[in-house]
Design a protein around this ligand. Structure first.
Ligand SMILES: NC(=O)c1ccc[n+]([C@@H]2O[C@H](COP(=O)([O-])OP(=O)(O)OC[C@H]3O[C@@H](n4cnc5c(N)ncnc54)[C@H](OP(=O)(O)O)[C@@H]3O)[C@@H](O)[C@H]2O)c1
Length: 260
């Protein structure tokens, strides 16, 4: 069972935390008594998001562009100075992308997508793991992947390839960090009812795509941000203490296979 106070005093860093899934992850950890470090680029958005969290006295906002290595260095330097430790890192940041034909992905889009979806997670993971090892913390790293990496779709090759890389990166890191008792897992959301999806619903063509997608989810609905955050908390808790290198789909069966 999750102990009622097991996150009290834990330092939890969540990236991409000013909306959507990241914000809900912050909310749940904060409600469970953790100290939460929420990171995204826009300071105002971070503060507005923080104000939607009821128990927010232990939430600290850090504006940072995580696609830039030097900004990550600076972020972790500041975190180490202020909090001395990181117990749980949630690499939630990920760049969603509209459809691009397979042969029309230009070099800049490839680089941007890799920086945001893979390199940000890698450098945050290295920095957090260094602090965990130094403090002999049995830390947890959760990377937010995607159903796109489990069931390939047409039209988002760069997104799919980078999310697949993140899945693999997590499994390799789980092996490397096991000797330090640091666990690394992936939570892999399927279509989730976030702001992006709500925005897509306002456009006729995109709404048709979303409605077609909904029919392919065996449990008959989109994931909520709460569904995804629940899985993150579970894997971070003592209930997940023997789980590492796992990829946990939270997608209502979306990636099981064809529904018809
Ligand atoms: N929503 C879905 O249906 C779905 C499905 C499968 C997987 N996922 C994955 O779940 C994760 C969260 O998705 P979401 O839809 O909740 O995200 P989202 O609504 O797009 O939010 C993205 C967050 O990341 C921040 N961000 C963007 N670029 C950044 C950068 N370079 N450095 C730091 N922060 C940055 C944004 O704030 P700023 O703009 O202020 O930086 C925002 O807080 C992603 O990894 C996504 O790939 C989502």
């Amino acid at each position: 069972m999750i102990q009622s106070n097991e996150f009290a005093g834990k330092i939890v860093l969540v990236t991409g935390a000013s909306q959507g899934i990241g914000l809900e992850i912050c909310r749940q950890f904060s409600d469970l008594g953790a100290t939460v470090i929420s990171v995204a680029r826009n300071k105002e958005k971070l503060e507005t998001a923080k104000n939607t969290i009821k128990n927010n006295s232990n939430v600290y906002t850090y504006p940072c562009d995580l696609s830039v290595e030097s900004e990550i260095e600076k972020l972790f330097h500041e975190i180490k100075e202020k909090f001395q430790n990181v117990d749980i890192l949630v690499n939630n940041l990920g760049a969603y992308s509209d459809k691009v034909e397979w042969n029309a992905i230009d070099y800049d889009l490839w680089i941007k997508t890799f920086e945001t979806n893979v390199l940000s997670a890698y450098f945050c993971m290295v920095k957090a793991a260094e602090i965990m090892v130094e403090n002999k913390t049995k830390g947890v790293i959760i990377n937010i992947g995607s159903s796109s990496a489990l069931q390939v779709k047409k039209g988002r090759l760069h997104y799919t390839v980078t999310k697949s890389s993140l899945h693999t990166l997590s499994r390799v890191a789980a092996m490397d960090l096991a000797k330090h008792q640091i666990r690394v897992n992936v939570v892999s959301p399927g279509p989730t009812a976030t702001e992006i999806v709500q925005k897509r619903m306002q456009d006729a063509e995109q709404r048709a795509q979303e409605e077609a997608r909904l029919k392919k989810i065996p449990l008959g609905r989109y994931a909520s941000t709460v569904d995804i955050a629940n899985a993150v908390v579970f894997l971070s808790s003592s209930m997940g203490e023997f789980i590492t290198g796992a990829i946990l789909p939270v997608d209502g069966g979306y990636t099981i296979g064809e529904t018809v």
